[in-house]
Design a protein around this ligand. Structure first.
Ligand SMILES: [Zn+2]
Ligand SMILES: [Zn+2]
Length: 236
């Protein structure tokens, strides 16, 4: 379940905010960007809000595409599954504020510039170009074979790293294709679209596939490819 904490203030996806972070760390978060609506990227939102709400001064901004905001409001904060915190304590000063992102229109949050880039997945999904100071990092989010992410990557002389999903091992290629995810085979095909050498860090490995994905990737002996480490702080 995917969550990144960036500079202690901004979360990218909310798959495990309430499980992975201490309550004090959660209280430091002011904004959350969601790549898409799938529950492995959104499920901790209700418990996160529960953990940070209560002192009357909770204002969390959630940035995402109109489609994702619609899905989260309709299916998560719908008063049936969880209270609608976009109208609590009242609609004028709610605990949650939803802010719409448009394709390739950057927003600046806490001094970090985020540019949403459409990827190819079952629901509308954004990867993000994340820029601060001299460094730029690309986060793919969930995607099958895609195009725009690489076109943008190839324009960035300061690209420091690419985080790329690899969900299934090669024998599950047909499942990966239908679910619009990557296997090692299609992940390496994607890397041929990248015209510069930077560290490529793989994430979003489905638990039953982890061992075989590692074998298949390491068997290719690609010097730039490694696996994300849960809990690690990355600096660029
Ligand atoms: Zn997904
Ligand atoms: Zn996912």
């Amino acid at each position: 379940m995917t969550s990144l904490l960036i500079d202690d203030r901004v979360a990218l996806d909310a798959g495990c905010l309430s499980q992975a972070l201490a309550v004090e760390e959660q209280r430091g978060i002011t904004s959350i960007l969601l790549t898409h609506s799938h529950i492995d990227h959104t499920n901790s939102l209700p418990f996160f809000i529960d953990n940070v709400y209560g002192d009357g001064d909770c204002r969390i901004d959630i940035y995402s595409s109109p489609a994702t905001i619609y899905a989260v409001r309709r299916h998560l904060f719908n008063n049936t599954f969880w209270p609608d915190f976009a109208r609590l304590p009242n609609h004028l000063l709610p605990a949650l504020r939803f802010r719409e992102l448009l394709d390739e229109v950057a927003v600046e949050i806490a001094g970090i510039r985020f540019t949403p880039i459409p990827t190819h997945h079952l629901v509308p999904t954004h990867g993000f170009l994340i820029e601060k100071g001299p460094a730029a990092v690309l986060w793919s989010s969930d995607t099958g074979p895609t195009k725009r992410l690489w076109e943008i990557a190839n324009t960035l002389p300061n690209l420091a790293a690419v985080f790329l999903e690899t969900s299934f091992h090669n024998d599950l290629q047909s499942v990966a294709d239908r679910a619009q995810h990557l296997t090692p085979r299609t992940m390496f095909a994607e890397l041929r679209k990248l015209e510069r050498r930077v560290p490529v860090i793989l994430h979003h490995l489905k638990p039953p596939c982890i061992d075989r994905i590692r074998l298949e990737v390491e068997g290719m002996g690609h010097p730039d490819v490694s696996f994300v480490e849960q809990g690690r702080t990355y600096e660029f």
